[in-house]
Design a protein around this ligand. Structure first.
Ligand SMILES: *Cc1c(COP(=O)(O)O)cnc(C)c1O
Length: 389
C-alpha cells in the first residue's frame, strides 16, 4: 500500500470556480478576494482581513507596515519552519531565537521575557502543529509597545480558552500553502483589529501603492496613485481566492476527522518509546501535523523504513538554529536551544489529513507496530530491521 503524506480535497467543482474567474476577465485581486476577506472577518471576529500570496509575503508586508527594519529585533522560537525567522531578516531586522517548552514545543514565555532588549519591536509566537500559544500570557510578560504577530500557519481552527488567532495579538497570519488545513495551493491571510496597521498593510502588500488594481479602474477612469512607503508584492489573485470559500464553510467538520485520526495515533503510541507533544487543558488543536519523537538517534532509520514501505513521512522541523544560515551567524548563541535541538534531531511527521482512510492508518500503525517498534531499541537496528522485511 502507498499512503501519501498529504492529499488535498479540491475537486471538479473547484475547477469550475476557477473557470468562472477566467471568464469574468478579472484575474488579480478583486471581488472574490473581498468575499473571502469578509468571511475571515466574521469567522475570527476581527475588523480587518487581507488575503496574501503566502504566509511569507503576508509577514513581510506586516513587518513593513509596522515599520520594523534595520536595527530592530524580533523574537522567534527556534522550533518552527524557517520562514518565521527568514521574514525578519528579509526586512533587515534581526531574528532573536528562544527555546521552546519540552511538553508542547511552543515558545517558552519566560525565555521570551528574558530576551527582550530596548531593540525588541515584536515577537512572533508560532502555534506549532496547531496548538495555540497562550497569547494573553505572552502579552502580560512583555513591556508595552512590543507587537505580537501570531504565526498561525498551522492554526486556522485552533482555540485556547475559547479565544482564536487574532483575538489577543496585533496581527495573526495564516498560510494556505498546498499542505495546510485550508489551502489554495499558495496563499495566506493577515487578520488584525488595528485600523492603522490594516491601512498600512493595504499599501505594503502592493509595493506601497495608494490604490489597488480594482480601485485604480473602479471609477471607469484611470486614477493616479502615489507611494509613500516601501512595500512588497503580496496580494492573492481572485483565481486562487475562489478555491478558499467552500473550505471555510467545512473546516470544522474536517477538524473532527483530523482530531479522530490524531487521537488514534496517540492511543497507539501510549506504551511505546515514541513521544508526541501534549495538548494542554483548554486548548483545541487544529491538528495540522502529527509529529512524533523517536529516541536514540533512530529517526532517520525509522523514516527510511516508513518511506520504503510506501508511507509518506517528513520532518517538521530541525531547529532553525541548526540550519547553516543561522548556525554560522555569530549572533546566534550556540547551545542555547537544547529543547528545539533535541526535538529536531528525533522528530518526524506521519500522514494526517481528513481523507486518510481507516485502512490507510491501520497500515501505517501495523508497519510501525510489527516491523519498526520491535527493532527500535536494538543495538543492531540497521541489520535486523532490514532483515525483518
Ligand atoms: C508553512 C509555514 C509558513 C510559511 O507559509 P507559506 O504560505 O508557505 O509562506 C510559515 N510558518 C509556518 C510555521 C509554516 O508551517
Amino acid at each position: 500500500m502507498k499512503v501519501p503524506f498529504y492529499r488535498h480535497s479540491l475537486d471538479a467543482s473547484s475547477a469550475a470556480l476557477v473557470a468562472e474567474v477566467i471568464q469574468s476577465g478579472f484575474l488579480t485581486s478583486g471581488q472574490r478576494c473581498s468575499r473571502v476577506e469578509e468571511r475571515l472577518r466574521a469567522i475570527f471576529n476581527v475588523s480587518h482581513a487581507k488575503l496574501t500570496s503566502s504566509w511569507t509575503q503576508g509577514a513581510v508586508a506586516t513587518l513593513l507596515a509596522l515599520g520594523i527594519g534595520p536595527g530592530d529585533e524580533v523574537i522567534v522560537p527556534a522550533m518552527t519552519f524557517v520562514a518565521t525567522a527568514n521574514v525578519v531578516k528579509q526586512v533587515g531586522a534581526r531574528p532573536v531565537f528562544v527555546d521552546v517548552e519540552p511538553s508542547t514545543l511552543l515558545i517558552d514565555i519566560a525565555l521570551v521575557k528574558a530576551a527582550v532588549t530596548p531593540q525588541t519591536k515584536a515577537v512572533i509566537p508560532v502555534h506549532l502543529y496547531g496548538q495555540m500559544v497562550d497569547v494573553p500570557a505572552l502579552r502580560a510578560a512583555l513591556p508595552a509597545g512590543i507587537k505580537i504577530i501570531e504565526d498561525a500557519a498551522h492554526c486556522f481552527e485552533g482555540r485556547r480558552a475559547g479565544r482564536r488567532p487574532g483575538s489577543d495579538s496585533d496581527a495573526a497570519i495564516f498560510s494556505f500553502y498546498a499542505t495546510k488545513n485550508v489551502t489554495c495551493g499558495e496563499g495566506g491571510a493577515v487578520i488584525t483589529n488595528d485600523a492603522e496597521l490594516a491601512a498600512n498593510l493595504n499599501e505594503t502588500v502592493l509595493h506601497g501603492m495608494s490604490a489597488t488594481a480594482a480601485q485604480r479602474f473602479s471609477a471607469g477612469r484611470y486614477q493616479h496613485w502615489d507611494v509613500e512607503r516601501l512595500g512588497t508584492k503580496a496580494n492573492l489573485p481572485d483565481l486562487l481566492a475562489v478555491l478558499l470559500e467552500g473550505q471555510l464553510e467545512t473546516v470544522d467538520d474536517r477538524l473532527e476527522q483530523r482530531e479522530a485520526l490524531a487521537r488514534r495515533y496517540e492511543e497507539s503510541f501510549a506504551d511505546t518509546p515514541i513521544s508526541f507533544p501534549t495538548i494542554e487543558a483548554g486548548a483545541v488543536s487544529a491538528r495540522h501535523l502529527f509529529a512524533i519523537h523517536v529516541p536514540d538517534g533512530r529517526r532517520d532509520w525509522l523514516m527510511r523504513m516508513l518511506n520504503d514501505q510506501g508511507i509518506g513521512a517528513t520532518v517538521n522541523y530541525r531547529s532553525v538554529t541548526e540550519l547553516s544560515l543561522y548556525r554560522n551567524d555569530a549572533s546566534v548563541r550556540r547551545g542555547s536551544f537544547p529543547v528545539a535541538r533535541a526535538w529536531g534531531e528525533g522528530t518526524l511527521s506521519l500522514p494526517l489529513f481528513p481523507t486518510l482512510q481507516e485502512a490507510e492508518q491501520d497500515y501505517i500503525l501495523n508497519v510501525l507496530r510489527y516491523e519498526i517498534l520491535p527493532f527500535l531499541d536494538s543495538s543492531e537496528t540497521e541489520e535486523r530491521g532490514v532483515a525483518a522485511l
